[in-house]
Ligand binder design. Sequence first.
Ligand SMILES: O=C(O)C1=C[C@@H](OP(=O)(O)O)[C@@H](O)[C@H](O)C1
Ligand SMILES: C=C(OP(=O)(O)O)C(=O)O
Length: 429
Amino acid sequence: MTENVRELTVQPWAGPPPIAKIRVPGSKSLTNRALIVAALADGRSVLSGALDSDDTRVMVDSLRKLGIAVEHDREAKTLTVPGCGNKIPNKDADLFVENSGTSLRFLTAMVATGQGTYRLDGTPRMRQRPVSDLLLALNGLGSDARSDLGTGCPPVTVRARGLDGGNAFVRGDVSSQFLSGLLMALPYSRETTTVEVDGPLVSLPYVTMTIEVMESFGVRIGNRKNRRFDIRPARYTGRPYAIEPDASAASYFFALAAVTGGSLTLEGLGSESIQGDLGFVDILEHMGCKVVRERGATTVTGGTLRGVDVDMNAISDTVMTLAVVALFAQGITRIRNVAHIRHKETDRLSALATELRKLGARVDEHPDGLVIDPPAKLSPARIATYDDHRMAMSFAIAGMKTEGVTILDPDCVAKTYPGFWEDLGKLST
Ligand SMILES: O=C(O)C1=C[C@@H](OP(=O)(O)O)[C@@H](O)[C@H](O)C1
Ligand SMILES: C=C(OP(=O)(O)O)C(=O)O
C-alpha cells in the first residue's frame, strides 16, 4: 500500500489466495456496554480484550469526567473500572462523545440515574443523529432531559434526579441503542419499570447482547415478551469480563476471503459468540462461500459468488461490506429493510450508491436499501469515505481485487479499528 496523509491507494492482492488466521480487536458494542454496566456496578471490574478506538476512548473519557476513574492498560488490553455503586461522583459534567452513537445514547440513559446536571455533545454529524425518542422515554420516567437546540438531536442536557420507574414506551425503528441504553440504566429506578417498544425494532441482536451483558453482571430481566421488558430494581456486581473480538470488523476479512477465493479464520469468533454481525457469514454462504463454524473460530473460504436478495435489518453494520462483495458476484444483489442506516455516521445508503457507481456498478437506491448490478470489470476510482470508518474498510476490500482504488481519508477507520490498515497489510506480507 502507498500512503500519504490524505489518501491511500490499495495494492491489489498478488500471489496465491490468502490462507491465514486472524484475530481482530475487541468488540466496540461489548466494550461500551461493559463499561456502562461496570461503571454503575458495586465493586471493581476488569474488562479484558477491550477495544481501544475513538468510540471506546470517548466512553472512557466521559466516565472519568463523571468521576469514575477507569484505568486503561494498553499493553494488556484491559480496562479496570471501579464501579460507583450507582452514586455517580460528579454532579456536573460536560461529556463530548465525538460521533459515537453508543456512547451518546448509553451515557444519556446512565446519567439519568444520577443526581446532577449533565451535558452531552458530539461532532457536527452527531448533532444530526436522533436521540429524542430516548429523551421522551426518560422524561416519562421522571427525568428532565432535553435536546438543547430543539432538533431532537444532541447537544443534550439531562437534569438528573434518578428514575422513578413505571411504564415507558420507546421507539425502535430509528435505533435500537435507545432501548439498550434504557435497559442498562433501568435496574437503578426506584420502582419496577415496564418498557414497551413502539413499532418495529431494528438491530434486534444488539438488544439481546445488552440483556446478555446485564446478566453477566448479575441482573436478569424479568418478563420479556412481544417487545415488552419488565425490569425490577437491582444492582450490577463488578467482575472480570472477557470481551470478544469485533464481529463487524471481522466482516472485512470474511469479505476478503470471499472475493479472493482465500480461506480466512477469524479467531475468538465462534459458535458461542453473542454478536449478531457474525451472521454475515450466513449471507456469504448463500452467495457460494464455504463456512466452517467451530467453538472459538469461524472460517470462510471463497468460491464462485452469486448475487443475493437479503434483509439486513438485524446486521446492518455489514451492509457496506456486502455491497462491496456484491461487486464480485454474478448477478444482482438486493439489500432490503435497512432505512435506519441513513442515520449513522453518514447516510450510508446514499454514500454507498455514489461510491459503488464510481467503480462502475449500476445501483438503484431505494428508501430502505439498494439494488446492485455489478459491472463486468471494475473501474479505478477515488472513494470518498464521508468520515465513516465502514466506508473505508469495505471499499478497501474492492481495492484488494482491483487496480487503482484510492481510499480518501483512510484514518477515519480509527472510530472502531485504528490498526485496520496495518492488519490488512500484514496479510499480504
Ligand atoms: O447497540 C450497539 O452497540 C449498536 C447498535 C447498532 O445501531 P442501531 O441500533 O442504531 O442500528 C449498530 O449499528 C451500532 O454500530 C452498534
Ligand atoms: C453505526 C455505528 O456506530 P454508532 O452508532 O455506535 O456510532 C457503527 O459502528 O457502524
